[in-house]
Design a protein around this ligand. Structure first.
Ligand code: DOR
Ligand code: ZN
Length: 345
């Protein structure tokens, strides 16, 4: 067994930093490892304009306790977007692309999109500017089972977008089904982010008898063992189109416990790379970790690969159960459990 592994410094292509006091507490956990992060724009006041993105970027960078940490922000798509500002924001690289949240699918998505056709003008601009569409791929309708939301979104919405905007680069975020994996694999100009929790949890870890484990509840919800196996295989063994995106999404435990269903999200930033390393080791594919964590993402986004290296040591450590700071208390994913890999400082 190796004692150390060295890989190019990773990037996290999907993180939630929130704002204010929460942001102060969580941002340095991502900055300790990653050189770049995509900060998701579903803040309490969503980031729909370029001046908000400029300020948000500065807020995260100033609180990250790291000098060489770059924040990339996609514009939150709404049906009433200021298209001139959007286009300028893309041209000036203030926006890395745009994030599509279907209306009311997850945290702070009430300004999200109800009718896909209404954002076609924005998608046209994205395509022309050669920027990326990031997609929360779930369709919500009363008659659609929570476990089928990703499949319905792909069949009824993503397929339409894919057909109409043939040159548009699209990321299916936090792929949660084998159906989603196959869709990404079989389509040009598509990539997918994969979270640690979708490689560790199934619905049995979320829905237990008549209750829900709030700390395992996220959107898209964890699916079946078959799905988990397909996701692991895609990340660890066939990983040309898939890259690291933790979807680390902190919520104060009081909010998590009070109304479980309205606060989906799993906070994994404290042990993110270590979780991925442990999973890749279980899959006997540690040699493929670097391509997933540090190469496929920049290649997809057409950005340079990082230059520095980072070292993981084969050393057991206990993930703390909670992060408590500044009147904020967050439950860590995998908190109270041991991991065999640790990032060397
Ligand atoms: O579980 C989730 N939490 N999924 C998302 O898509 C958003 C995130 C959040 O912002 O809390
Ligand atoms: Zn997310």
């Amino acid at each position: 067994m190796k004692n150390n592994i060295q890989i190019l410094q990773p990037d996290d292509w999907h993180v939630h930093f929130r704002e204010g006091a929460m942001l102060k507490v969580v941002s340095h956990f991502s900055a300790r490892i990653n050189r770049r992060c995509i900060a998701m724009p579903n803040t309490n006041t969503p980031i729909t304009e370029s001046n908000q993105a400029v300020n948000y970027k500065a807020e995260i960078q100033n609180n990250s306790k790291s000098e060489d940490f770059e924040i990339l922000i996609p514009c939150y798509l709404t049906e009433n977007l200021d298209l001139n500002d959007f286009k300028e924001g893309l041209k000036k690289n203030i926006f890395i692309g745009a994030k599509l949240y279907p209306n009311n699918v997850t945290t702070n998505s009430s300004l999200g999109v109800s009718k896909i056709e209404n954002i076609y003008p924005a998608l046209e601009i994205l395509e022309k500017e050669n920027k990326v569409l990031l997609v929360h791929g779930e369709k919500i309708r009363k008659d659609i089972d929570i476990f089928d939301r990703e499949k319905y979104f792909i069949d009824q919405e993503l397929n339409k977008i894919r057909d109409k905007f043939k040159e548009l680069k699209i990321v299916l975020e936090h792929v949660s089904t084998s159906y989603g994996i196959d869709f990404v694999k079989s389509n040009n100009l598509m990539g997918g982010t994969i979270t640690p929790h979708h490689m560790l949890l199934t619905k049995k870890d979320v829905f237990i008898d008549d209750s829900i484990n709030p700390y395992h509840f996220c959107m898209p919800v964890a699916k079946t063992e078959k799905d988990l196996i397909a996701i692991r295989k895609a990340a660890c063994h066939q990983n040309k189109k898939f890259f690291l995106g933790t979807d680390s999404a902190p919520h104060h435990i009081n909010h998590k416990l009070k109304n479980i269903l309205s606060k989906p999200g799993i906070f994994s930033a404290v042990s993110s790379l270590e979780l991925y390393a442990s999973i890749f080791e279980e899959e006997n594919s540690l040699r493929n970790l670097e391509v997933f964590s540090s190469i496929n993402g920049p290649k997809f986004y057409n950005l340079p690969v990082n230059k520095k290296n980072i070292t993981l040591t084969n050393e057991q450590w206990l993930v703390p159960e909670f992060i408590e700071d500044n009147n904020i208390k967050i439950k860590n994913f995998y908190g109270g459990k041991k991991l065999n890999w640790k990032v060397k400082n």
